[in-house]
Design a protein. Structure first.
Lengths: 456, 422
């Protein structure tokens, strides 16, 4: 979209007497490879192009999304938005700054043919190592999203956001028993992603986990101490407190953490950070979806709640400075405060000391997704690979189970935190759609969590 | 623009079919007595199916303005793709019934939704009401050199999150409802029922971990069916990604259970005439008296399996568990001792579609001697789809209204493990 057209749209939106107007223009190209059953089954491309127009007055927000960019349609859409505000017409002049462009440095990626060969090779490596493998599925995704954001203050910025992710799923079968395991990693540089991973080691780890899961027995269903593995295990904090710290729910008094600023809400071992600036990471962007620079935000420090994740409009309700955390899936969504790369800062406790300290408990080596009610603080997440701990030792593998808890209780139950923090990629769904996020943590020991399973 | 693209592709030996989806949505949201947001969305998407030399692929785009780029992208895919999937384009002419635009008075909608705040007088424990209403209109057109098919759908979506607070206890419940015509009265009725139910659970606690007789209410059953609906898909089965792999034509569930897809289901909100490949959607029994009798497919897998195309290129439409004649009261009477599960959370992560394992955060009511004795929360339903659907005792007649095109009645099950804190 041309600068003068954007300016005109902003001026048109402001004639309503609105006090905030924004244009978000997006172009996105995606390419996805699906290698399954020993062949490249799918190679799909998609292209998206559209605009999101946002108008606000006080605490009310009006939003329009369209991919019909012709003048007649845009005029109609703007009129539909304006009809919500019955104020007398006000004329405002908007003068956009010079366009500021941001783009991370990345290497040129392999050709589609070369990517296919790499996926073939990964498939061969995995299948050659174990006869109990029933299926291997490898997905590789490349995105190029270009966003242009302008608002009534003159802000006019653009960012090109490349993103790539590999997802490997291996399914094992042994007689009537079956098990599935997966590996996933996402970065902004597709070539670095493919070059930096040791697929031999990844295959060995997946096979070790898969064979253990084939022998898994039902888990004991009860409250017990749980050690959670590093990386995607950090989803516990994403669900337990991350969503409850987003202004989306805090500003409206709909979070269990509303009004808890500067209060001790967690064990002193807990320091939680949301950092949108970590170079190259899956959840990183240079600017957020309101055009502000992303930041490293310390949310909980040594157990004390220090900040929330705040976007421009919720800043009006909370009177707290925006944190560069405004995100949206696409132009179809109005942005709101969301997480980027959220992790628990490392500590000094060792994994072996954690195991030794437990008479009967669970070692949740890897976790799947989860969800939370920010109002009640009740959350759950799925445990995808787990082992019982008996008398201070890792014992039998147990079947997948959900772990459930409450934000206020679980944060106080973090008893030990290990030294090596890892990040794990995921897609987080909320009010403004699905956005790429990392969750992360080192090994941690939680005193008590309810584990789904059978009567022991 | 579509004809230009189709003709240009033909010059490269590619035959094209263009599926155009237009979506128009108006959405309003409210928090208590405030109008929170108003959103309009009009988006057009083109799904282009292309066939060349016995290979088929698809690309998705929101713009047809650069036809040369689209052709180049397709040519590139054809040189790389391994999957030799013979396919064909749809034929014929269908002009679906044009649904007249229902002029909705959004001022009336606002007034209706804000009027729900008056429930706070009758139910003083209500601490917040988060509400939204959406009016959606979708049109679908499939075009190729030998076909033109058109259909449209229009419906309303109502949802609310009801938060009740008493001292330090906070409870939340959600209601979602769909209607073809504006029907606030029925939505309000469901909201009141949900508040009454939530009041029973204000002083909830957990339970002992053991096997219980359990009623899964219709909304929970609909979520279960929606989560597992892809297990009937021929592609998932062929790629060993379904719980039902190797189980075709076998008895997999209780003989009390029949699962049907009927595009013209009388309880349905929308009736789709054809799928995204133009294949007619038809009535079919998928699970009949516990036996897996029909796989659903797209054209690729219909051809690969030498089976009839079932019209499920984009999943199921109006899928339901066949209800029986039993009222919910009769299920409750037969439960005598056990648990009613009326909410379950984390369906995207707490179930395994390949193994059928289920482990879900749930809440509900504990029933002893035929009476509700307390609310339950912080409990986990721990089972497997095979175990659950083989332990059916009695099926209700109360079809759910919580999903757009998936329906189920409440069902009484025996011997299901519920994990609790006590």
């Amino acid at each position: 979209m041309k600068k003068e057209n954007i300016q005109k749209i902003l001026e048109d939106l402001l004639t309503t007497g609105g006090d905030f107007a924004e244009v978000f223009y997006e172009e996105k190209k995606s390419k996805s490879f699906v290698y399954v059953d020993n062949l490249l089954d799918e190679l799909k491309t998609s292209y998206r192009q559209g605009v999101g127009l946002r108008l606000a007055k006080d605490k009310q927000m009006f939003y329009a999304a369209t991919n019909d960019l012709n003048k007649t349609n845009l005029t109609k859409v703007i009129l539909d938005l304006k009809n919500n505000l019955n104020s007398p017409i006000i004329y405002s002049k908007v003068s956009l700054n010079r366009l500021k462009k941001y783009q991370p440095k990345i290497e040129e990626c392999y050709s589609d043919k070369e990517i296919k060969e790499k996926l073939e090779n990964i498939n061969k490596i995995i299948r050659s190592k174990c006869s109990k493998i029933n299926q291997v599925k490898i997905m590789f995704l490349e995105n190029w999203q270009k966003v242009t954001i302008a608002n009534h203050t003159g802000l006019y910025v653009q960012e090109l956001r490349p993103l790539a992710r590999i997802y490997i799923e291996v399914f094992f079968k042994d007689g009537s028993k079956d098990a599935d395991v997966y590996f996933s990693k996402g970065l902004n540089d597709a070539k670095v992603l493919l070059d930096s991973l040791d697929f031999n080691k990844i295959a060995d780890d997946l096979i070790q986990s898969g064979l253990a899961k084939l022998k898994a027995v039902p888990c004991a269903g009860k409250v017990m101490p749980v050690i959670i593995g590093p990386g995607f295990g950090g989803v516990i904090f994403h669900e337990a407190c991350g969503h409850a710290m987003e202004a989306t729910s805090v500003a409206d008094g709909l979070s269990v953490l509303t009004g808890a600023l500067n209060q001790k809400i967690a064990s002193a071992k807990v320091t939680i950070i949301d950092d949108g600036t970590i170079p190259g990471e899956w959840g990183t962007t240079i600017i957020d979806d309101e055009g502000a620079k992303t930041q490293k935000n310390i949310l909980i420090e040594n157990g004390v709640l220090k900040n929330y994740l705040i976007d421009e409009l919720n800043n009006r309700k909370m009177h707290l400075k925006p944190t560069g955390s405004s995100r949206r899936e696409s132009y179809c969504y109005a942005p709101t405060s969301r997480m980027n790369n959220t992790y628990l800062a490392p500590g000094t406790d060792t994994f072996s000391d954690m195991v030794k300290s437990i008479k009967l408990g669970l070692y949740a080596k890897s976790l799947g997704g989860g969800c939370v009610s920010t109002e009640t603080g009740e959350f759950n997440f799925a445990c995808t690979e787990a082992y019982m701990i008996r008398d201070g030792k890792i014992a039998e593998a147990v079947k997948s189970a959900s772990l459930i808890g409450n934000t206020k209780e679980i944060l106080k139950e973090v008893e030990m935190v290990g030294p090596n923090m890892e990040l794990g990629p995921g897609m987080c769904g909320s009010l403004s759609g699905y956005v790429p996020v990392n969750v992360g943590e080192p090994f941690i020991k939680v005193g008590h969590i309810l584990v789904g399973g059978e009567e022991e | 623009m579509k004809n230009k693209l189709i003709n240009l592709a033909l010059e490269s030996g590619i035959v094209l079919e263009i599926l155009e989806n237009k979506s128009d949505v108006t959405e309003l949201s409210f928090l208590n007595d405030e109008e929170k947001s108003f959103q309009i969305t009009n988006v057009t998407t083109y799904n282009i199916k292309a066939i060349k030399n016995n290979q088929c692929t698809q690309i998705v785009t929101e713009s047809l303005k650069r036809p040369q780029e689209i052709i180049a992208a397709l040519e590139n895919i054809f040189t790389i793709l391994d999957n030799k999937n013979p396919n064909y384009l749809t034929k014929g002419y269908i002009k679906g019934k044009k649904i007249p635009n229902e002029p909705l008075d959004y001022q009336m909608v606002k007034k209706d939704f804000l009027s729900l705040n008056s429930l706070k007088k009758d139910y003083p424990l209500i601490s917040s009401l988060e509400m939204s209403f959406a009016h959606l209109k979708n049109t679908t057109e499939i075009k190729n050199t030998e076909a033109l098919k058109y259909d449209e759908a229009q419906y309303n979506e109502y949802s609310i999150a009801i938060n009740l607070k008493k001292d330090d206890i906070s409870k939340i419940a959600y209601v979602t409802y769909y209607s073809t015509h504006y029907d606030f009265a029925n939505f309000k009725k469901l909201v009141i029922e949900k508040i009454e139910n939530l009041l029973l659970k204000m002083n909830s606690s957990s339970c002992l971990t053991q096997k219980y007789n359990v009623i899964l209410t219709n909304n929970v059953m609909a979520d279960l069916l929606a989560t597992f609906s892809s297990m009937f898909d021929a592609k998932k089965i062929a790629l060993k990604e379904s719980f039902l792999t190797d189980k075709y034509q076998e008895k997999v569930f209780s003989d009390k259970l029949t699962i049907i897809e009927d595009p013209h289901f009388k309880e349905g909100i929308i009736a789709e005439l054809f799928d995204d490949e133009g294949t007619n959607r038809t009535y079919k029994e998928i699970i009949k008296n516990g036996k897996f009798v029909k796989k659903i497919n797209n054209l690729e897998y219909a051809i690969k399996n030498k089976e009839e195309a079932t019209g499920n290129a984009n999943g199921v439409s109006n899928l339901y568990v066949k209800p029986d004649d039993n009222s919910f009261a009769s299920l409750y009477q037969d439960l005598e001792e056990g648990i009613i599960i009326d909410e379950a959370y984390g369906w995207h992560s707490g179930v395994n579609l390949k193994t059928g394992d289920i482990s879900l955060q749930s809440e509900g009511l504990l029933v002893q001697n035929g009476k509700i004795v307390k609310g339950l929360n912080m409990i986990i339903i721990s089972t497997n789809l095979k175990e659950l659907l083989n332990n059916v005792v009695k099926i209700g007649n109360d079809l759910s209204k919580s999903r757009l095109s998936i329906f189920a009645p409440s069902i009484l099950f025996k011997d299901i493990t519920i994990a609790g804190k006590e």
